[in-house]
Design a protein around this ligand. Structure first.
Ligand code: URA
Length: 447
């Protein structure tokens, strides 16, 4: 449908006045916008109308489909076996994908994972993977498909031809204060995930200081919206809402998170990272029909872990994507920081808080993530937390280390870090990492 300026005006006015857009209208609008046939000023007005008035599930599903169909959609149907991905809404120290994908692949799930780069204070899986010498994330569709078939997992970046409408819409949202709209976020994420050619999806919707959605009510709303889109489009989606108030695990950075992930695959991990990763793994195995309940799924995951099968899948993936598989045994092959500064506790007590948002922002200063699109990443930069929330500390105990190649920045950030770590008397009350589990009406597949 070609659009005249007047038709667009009517559409914007309808949305502004709480009306509904049809699936055909949304599809025509998005494809015209992607083709450069709708001016930014009218699309910006439409986005603001959506931001204020919201979208029904039918409208959001139509927006998801239209965005997905604006570019290439992978077809993995010729690959036997369940194809299930996990998506995280982003956090600090979130290296879960690096552990989870090989572990569930070792249990028989095919994992096609199109991942992102660091965004604001949150880290990106692609930046972490590129800390491995030679690792290529710019796979073609054919390479990606071959690797999903065998060794059973692949991790790549979004190509220019995947969801091009999302790229344009996101850039416009970014400058029109319309990013934090639940239907727009949900459609943006789901369009990219569905373009991967998955059967099912597990979502890790983060909440807390270091999350995109810091309030749990908002995180739940976003999760419900994505589940509803999945149900409309015939995809099973389960979401775990998980805590992101302190950084996940002990490492925040790129090379340091790769090391922590490999250590986890060797069975050396603890607490929060283990809890979140295994909970997501349970869901993936049950969804894929490879386990009938979470308890059985957990047994399969732990067996794959203890037999080193997850680690082996990781090694195969690294090799298949051009990386040096020897990193699994020799962490010295990863970028090493030129400078390392310890941060010590100023008083005795219990660690009561580590502010994930501030740690993430300080990480951007160090070069863990990007200040803007042209910023250079320092793969060696980051933090190692020797103490986590709930741990007891004595005065002068090392609480964290700050690492990087730029000594001035490392010292500056190390000077700031004590402000982001609270130590007090009395152990803080701890609850589980999984705050809620939300699922749609569709039941797991029987295989
Ligand atoms: N991540 C996305 O992919 N899209 C959004 O709109 C927000 C976060």
């Amino acid at each position: 449908m070609p659009w005249s300026s007047m038709q667009l005006y009517d559409l914007i006015r309808r949305k502004r006045d709480k009306g509904r857009l049809s699936a055909e209208e949304i599809e025509a609008l998005v494809s015209a916008y992607a083709a450069g046939k709708v001016p930014d000023y009218q699309m910006a007005a439409m986005l603001m109308a959506i931001f204020i008035r919201g979208m029904s599930t039918e409208e959001t599903a139509a927006l998801t489909l239209a965005t997905m169909n604006s570019g290439d959609v992978f077809d993995l149907s010729s690959i036997p076996g369940p194809k299930v991905d996990k998506h995280s809404t982003g956090g600090v120290g979130d290296k879960v994908s690096l552990i989870l994908a090989p572990l569930v692949a070792a249990c028989g799930v095919k994992v096609p994972m199109v991942s992102g780069r660091s965004l604001g204070h949150t880290g990106g899986t692609l930046d972490k993977l590129e800390a491995i010498p030679g690792f290529r994330t710019d796979l073609t569709y054919r390479q990606f498909k071959r690797l999903v078939a065998s060794p059973g997992l692949a991790m790549m970046g979004q190509t220019k031809r995947m969801c091009p409408a999302d790229k344009r819409l996101y850039a416009l949202r970014d400058v029109t204060a319309t990013v934090d709209s639940i239907p727009l976020i949900a459609a943006s994420i789901m369009s990219k995930k569905l373009a991967e050619g998955i059967d099912d999806l597990v979502l890790d919707v983060k909440t807390g200081r270091g999350a995109f959605m810091s309030r749990t009510t908002q995180a739940r709303k976003l999760a419900r919206k994505m589940i509803a889109i999945g149900a409309q489009l015939g995809k099973r989606v389960v979401a775990l809402v998980t805590d992101m108030s302190e950084p996940l695990g002990e490492a925040v950075g790129n090379a340091v998170e790769v090391v922590e992930a490999i250590e986890a695959l060797k069975g050396r991990w603890r607490g929060d990272l283990e809890e979140v990763t295994l909970a997501l793994g349970d869901e993936m195995l049950v969804m894929a029909g490879l386990a009938t309940n979470p308890e059985q799924a957990r047994r399969l995951l732990l067996r794959a872990l203890s037999q080193g099968l997850g680690l082996e899948k990781f090694r195969l993936m690294v090799e298949a994507q051009g990386g040096d598989p020897r990193v699994v045994d020799d962490y010295g092959l990863l970028s090493q920081p030129a400078c390392r500064v310890e941060v010590r506790a100023e008083s005795a007590g219990f660690v009561r808080k580590i502010d994930a948002l501030q740690v993430g922002l300080a990480g951007v200063r160090l070069g863990v993530g990007r200040q803007d699109l042209d910023s250079k990443i320092d793969h060696s930069a980051g933090f190692l937390f020797k103490k986590k929330v709930g741990d007891r500390v004595a005065k002068d105990d090392v609480v964290a280390e700050v690492l990087g190649s730029d000594e001035t920045k490392v010292r500056e950030v190390a000077g700031l870090l004590p402000e982001f770590i609270s130590v007090g008397t009395g152990a803080p009350r701890r609850s589980g990492m999984v705050i809620a589990r939300l699922a749609g009406p569709l039941t797991p597949r029987r295989r």
